[in-house]
Ligand binder design. Structure first.
Ligand code: MRU
Length: 360
């Protein structure tokens, strides 16, 4: 399958019969572009946990499509029997990763869809679930485009941008969040220079962001995580764009581990740092970053993965959090599909949701 053009297919799809969730296996990139067909709850859970599909929006779309294909084979004797099984599978998928709110957001939307059709037959409920999963996918595409249009207003031709982890096409269905302003800028002929942090320990920046930006013809330079201070001090970076996994009501934002280091360095050198966040990633029920659950992953990722041999003493203690929280005071703006929120975030994020809900 090496002849698949990564930029021409969606990161997450339903197969033609609607019986499988098809994903680009991100653990194989950039060496191989391989598709995986997921049909069972265990396969979907594993794909999310093992980061074969990853990035907050892509996880949400995969879970929505996943619970739909599982629902097709759930018992149909009565609504109660169907809903018991639906709830069990929904909770199971939701347990795959804790930090990205899009996972529970998408599954809760699918749950609300079931409940709003509970007076109908299970066949009709399953059809409604199909429509909802497709709507979640379609919205993701539109939302990323809007983030790109708002984000590009913060850029000028020839500028330098730094990004961390992968909040690109591979983290969404298409376009990405943090990469969307870059792609829109390229369409306008801005010729930006983009620095990608490699993003230890899983190297999403090196393996995924550098790969997709290079495939798209963007001027891309890969740096190790500990080089961002130097490129900013050299004046090569005019703005930092990153994605996020959960934004709290006060604007604190959880994103891939190391993001808060980039934010602190950016502040030091007067570089504005923007969080690109679809409203599906903003969790107004979480008051501050202290309330966000941070996923911890296996120590092998730090000590052994990617190396020919173990690179740390046997039995040394290893701390491997997958995300950190960037304090809202370090964030110049949160770019959503409804506009750019700025401090004070309690107020501006509320206004974003009012706009979304048609209030303004
Ligand atoms: O562990 P990952 O690879 O799922 O982490 C991904 C990130 O931290 C992304 O920046 C975030 O999910 C936003 S993706 C648009």
């Amino acid at each position: 399958m090496d002849n698949i053009n990564l930029m021409e297919i969606d990161t997450v799809m339903l197969d033609d019969e609607g019986n499988a969730v098809v994903i680009i296996d991100q653990t194989k990139l950039p060496g191989k572009v391989e598709l995986l067909s997921l049909t069972t709850a265990r396969q979907i859970w594993d794909a999310i946990y093992l980061l074969q599909v990853r990035g907050a929006p892509a996880i949400g779309v995969a879970a929505a499509m996943g619970i739909y294909i599982l629902a097709k084979n759930m018992p149909r004797e009565s609504f109660a029997i169907f809903y018991r099984e639906f709830t069990k599978q929904k909770e199971y998928l939701d347990s795959a990763r804790p930090t990205a709110v899009n996972l529970s957001w998408a599954l809760n939307r699918m749950d609300a869809c079931v409940l709003s059709h509970k007076e109908e037959s299970v066949d009709e409920i399953v059809e409604a679930l199909h429509r909802e999963a497709v709507a979640i996918r379609d919205e993701d595409v539109k939302v990323c485009k809007k983030i790109g249009e708002y984000g590009v207003t913060l850029l000028k031709p020839g500028e330098g941008v730094l990004t961390h982890c992968n909040a690109g096409k591979l983290a969404t269905v298409q376009f990405g969040t943090a990469t969307a302003p870059i792609y829109v800028a390229e369409e306008k002929g801005y010729h930006l220079r983009v620095f990608c942090d490699e993003t230890r320990p899983l190297l999403q920046g090196a393996r995924l962001t550098a790969f997709e930006l290079q495939e798209s013809g963007v001027d891309t330079t890969l740096i190790c995580d500990n080089m961002s201070a130097m490129v900013m001090k050299n004046g090569w970076v005019d703005a930092v764009f990153v994605g996020c996994d959960r934004v709290a009501a006060n604007g604190d934002a959880a994103n891939k581990i190391g993001t808060s280091v980039v934010a602190a360095v950016a502040k030091q050198y007067g570089v504005p740092m923007y969080i690109c966040a679809p409203t599906s990633t903003i969790d107004m029920d979480t008051a501050t970053g202290d309330d966000i659950v941070i996923e911890e992953r296996k120590s092998d990722e730090v000590a052994e993965m990617w190396y020919k041999e173990r690179m740390a003493p046997k039995d040394v203690k290893i701390f491997n959090p997958a995300f950190d929280v960037t304090d809202h005071s370090l964030i110049a703006g949160i770019i959503t599909e409804y506009g750019i929120a700025t401090a004070p975030y309690e107020q501006s994020l509320k206004e974003i949701f009012e706009k979304k809900n048609g209030g303004k």
